[in-house]
Design a binder for this molecule. Structure first.
Ligand code: SF4
Length: 80
């Protein structure tokens, strides 16, 4: 099992300008990305495993959307 999420280096939500502020990003990392027992509960991670495609950057780890809804949006982005 990985110690941190393998998507962390390229995860688009941590690219400049996506998150409201840096503190929000650090909080997500502490709650999900850097925790071996938690990163697989991230909605972004789970959706990407299902669809094997890029997840829209507005989807956060604790998104209230269902995985089905996230995958639908991700596929709609791909089809654009
Ligand atoms: S936000 Fe989710 S998918 Fe992105 S690096 Fe963190 S745990 Fe992985």
């Amino acid at each position: 099992m990985n110690q941190v999420c393998e998507k962390l280096a390229k995860c688009p939500i941590f690219q400049k300008g996506i998150l409201f502020n840096e503190f929000t990003g650090e909080t997500y990392k502490m709650l999900y990305c850097l925790r071996p027992d938690r990163y697989k509960t991230c909605k972004r991670y789970q959706a990407s495993v299902i669809c094997n495609c890029a997840i829209p950057e507005m989807i956060m780890p604790n998104s209230s959307l269902t995985l089905e809804e996230i995958v639908e949006r991700a596929k709609a982005e791909v089809d654009k």
